[in-house]
Write a protein that binds this ligand. Structure first.
Ligand SMILES: Cc1ncc(COP(=O)(O)O)c(C=O)c1O
Length: 340
């Protein structure tokens, strides 16, 4: 790894391994050669479906170097299932779980030596695109597709490591449409871009927390939690937002640690009150557990407690990171060891 760029110095997601895997979808059937190939550019017809009608979705999971030197993917099967769900919601043929699993494992093994040591990791990006060259297909799914996996050695998602984030609570503009909240599709992210850039420019916010109709759901790229010494609270699942795998891990870990777990509606005014004494954090594969130091509710900035990462947030974060890196037992069977 000596001559390679440092993932901690490069922006998250801007470095790549040198191999990828891919399966082609033709006539409803996916075919995969069974091994990784060199990472290379695609050649796409200018009329390719995804370029016009947004037939794309992706996943994001990580492989971590373990304390015993092996490499393990975290919650592989949950990410495979969510990818299948996204492809299905795009109304495209859903690949077998075994195929997506193989594409991921083969890509990770081929890129294993790009994995930085913890707290770095190998970020894995399974992607699906509709590839039919047909600009008349606005109202029909692409009848061709490409399912591929690339890998990116990463350091910290938020430049500056663990630092308390500033969150702007957006009550007017939704992140995406309710029926697409559970799809991990690029369209959702481009929709969230405008409000996110505006909140960055106008309020110095790191992320936007979407809360239309006074209903807090998630930020542009993570789920959202309140925690204190006794309980942990997050929005109950429905179709309007992404069912984070880290969200599920956090809930499970917090339950194991003895917190009571509340999955229920949350309003901006409850958040504003909570910030007086409670802790706030974001969860996601990229962000892991990221403490929030300031919330901007109704355009007024409120410091969360003393503005520093709180003890309960750090406790949950530590419990999660020791699971990621193999420093703790794996009671829920979340790690998949791969070779490399
Ligand atoms: C919109 C959104 N919500 C939540 C999450 C967190 O999901 P996960 O914990 O599965 O990474 C992500 C990250 O992928 C996201 O993009």
């Amino acid at each position: 790894m000596t001559d390679r760029p440092d993932p901690f110095a490069a922006p998250f997601g801007s470095l790549f391994g040198d191999s990828m895997t891919q399966a082609e979808l033709v006539d409803g059937t996916y075919s995969y050669s069974g091994s990784a190939q060199p990472m290379e550019n695609f050649s796409l017809h200018p009329a390719t479906h995804v370029l016009h009608y947004g037939s794309a979705c992706f996943e994001g999971l990580k492989a971590h170097r373990q304390s015993n030197g092996t490499l393990a993917l975290f919650r592989l099967d949950d990410h495979v299932e969510r990818m299948r769900q996204s492809i299905g919601l795009l109304r495209m043929p859903v690949p077998d779980a075994a195929l997506i699993r193989s594409l991921i494992i083969d890509a990770v093994e081929a890129n294993a030596d790009f994995t930085p040591d913890p707290p770095g990791s190998l970020y894995v990006r399974p992607t699906f695109i509709g590839t039919a060259p047909n600009i008349g297909a606005a109202a029909v799914p692409s009848d061709m597709g490409l399912l591929y996996v690339i890998c990116s050695p990463v350091g910290d998602y938020f430049a500056g490591g663990i630092r308390p984030l500033t969150i702007y609570v957006e009550t007017k503009v939704p992140r995406t449409t309710p029926q697409f909240g559970m799809v991990k599709s690029g369209a959702n992210y481009v929709m969230a871009l405008g409000p996110t850039l505006d909140a960055k420019r106008d309020h110095g916010a790191d992320q936007v927390l979407f809360a239309t109709a006074d209903d807090i759901t998630e930020t542009g790229a993570s789920n959202f939690f309140l925690i204190d010494d006794d309980r942990i609270i997050t929005r109950q699942l429905d179709e309007s937002f992404l069912h984070g795998v880290t969200r599920d891990s956090v809930i499970t870990i917090a339950g194991d640690l003895g917190y009571s777990v509340e999955e229920r509606p949350l309003s901006p005014s409850e958040l504003a009150d909570w910030a007086e004494t409670g802790e706030v954090f974001l969860s996601g594969t990229a962000a892991v557990v990221a403490p929030v130091g300031t919330v901007i509710v109704e355009d007024s900035a409120r410091t969360v407690r003393d503005g520093e990462p709180g003890p309960n947030t750090l406790r949950v974060r530590d419990a999660l990171t020791t699971l990621l890196t193999g420093d703790a037992d794996d009671p829920h069977g979340w790690r998949t060891t791969v070779s490399g």
